[in-house]
Design a protein around this ligand. Sequence first.
Ligand SMILES: [Fe+2]
Length: 233
Amino acid sequence: MTNIPRRSLAAGVGLLLGAMAIPARSQQLAISATTLRLTAKPLTFNPDKVKGLSADLLRRHYDEIYVSAVKRMNALNEELAKLDFNEAPAETVAKLKSEELAAYNATILHELYFDGIGEAPTQPAGLLAQALSRDFGSLDRWKAEFMATGRSLANDDGWVILAHSPRDKRLYNHRTASTSEMPAGSVPLLAMDMHRHAYEKDDGNDAAKYVEAFMQVVKWTNAERLYREAMRV
Ligand SMILES: [Fe+2]
């Protein structure tokens, strides 16, 4: 599982020493700046034992996309920690903050995606199964909506996200055509990656085939745990 993001003591000390030689206004900013260091979560399944999505596809997706997002997040954190926001051009702030949001969402959503895949797929159970039936009419109707939303992204890179809204006390299937879009205030429970890199190697352009395959490998115990935790919010 994921290591909890830790603040880098070394980076903090370096910033503190550096702050001794710079003007007072920037010094205040530098002293308060810290650098987060994220660590990639290991896969919770053996890719060789997942039926329907090839091991090569899953490993490349994890190594080349997810781990890269974590590294990008760390690099951006370092850049932002060094930035003097009183002096930085607006375009520099815009670029870094936009990239930070995209890298953050890519990190979180890929962790959710991989945590939702299992060697021994399950069916929704318990409180979450009850909520799916309550909010969508039936499990079958929830599944039909989730899958149709995925197929609707065949020509767009994006995500389908099953999320709990604490505000509305109900579940939603959200469609995002950008990693920088996320349902405000909601707790994501299950994510289906609809970027081409998630299926092209196995299924070419056949997004519908991939959606079918993904639904066959969902490990619902992760979404059920997240839902129980969300209900305690
Ligand atoms: Fe992805």
